[in-house]
Write a protein that binds this ligand. Structure first.
Ligand code: SF4
Length: 165
């Protein structure tokens, strides 16, 4: 893989992450390795499956582990880092918290198993002019006919949205 491509993606992830309030790990070599894994998965499967998990190769079954995965934010809250430690919290970044081993939140049953997110609330019939869409990665909500192509907050793609109400 071309090192310049890896650097470019690292720089973009860092820039977009910081703009959205996320930090990449300060270990640049480690970040480069993870990004190389993401790009390898993109070449192999056509999408950036998490480099620390086994992807099925079926996009629909792996949507929950397309980076940034559905589990990033809960893991940042609870452990200060995502499962791969590509993304880290303020505390990890400034050294006031140690990185620890993170259990995988992905439901057992392998690739394609449904995440254990609570079911979206049922909408009261006839109240809303447009459906409300929720980004499964960061929780961003928007009311419109279709979900946005890219989440304006965390940059997750359209297929990571679910109908919220
Ligand atoms: S955000 Fe999720 S998919 Fe991306 S590197 Fe971290 S654990 Fe893997």
């Amino acid at each position: 893989m071309n090192p310049a491509d890896i650097e470019k993606v690292c720089a973009r992830l860092r820039r977009e992450g910081e703009a959205a309030g996320y930090h990449l790990n300060s270990d640049e070599a480690f970040v480069r390795d993870l990004v190389e894994g993401l790009l390898t998965n993109e070449e192999r499967y056509g999408y950036r499956a998490c480099p620390c998990r086994l992807a099925s190769g079926v996009r629909e079954d792996d949507l929950d582990i397309v980076c940034p995965c559905d589990y990033r934010d809960p893991d940042l809250n609870d452990f200060g880092a995502c499962y791969c430690a590509l993304y880290v919290s303020d505390e990890i970044l400034n050294g006031t918290r140690e990185l620890e081993s993170i259990p995988d939140r992905r439901p057992p049953g392998g690739p394609g198993a449904e995440p254990t997110a609570p079911e979206p609330a049922a909408a009261p019939a006839g109240v809303l002019a447009h459906p409300v869409w929720r980004c499964r990665v960061c929780g961003y909500l928007c009311a419109r006919e279709e979900p946005p192509g890219v989440c304006p907050i965390c940059k997750a793609k359209k297929e990571r949205f679910e109908k919220f109400m």
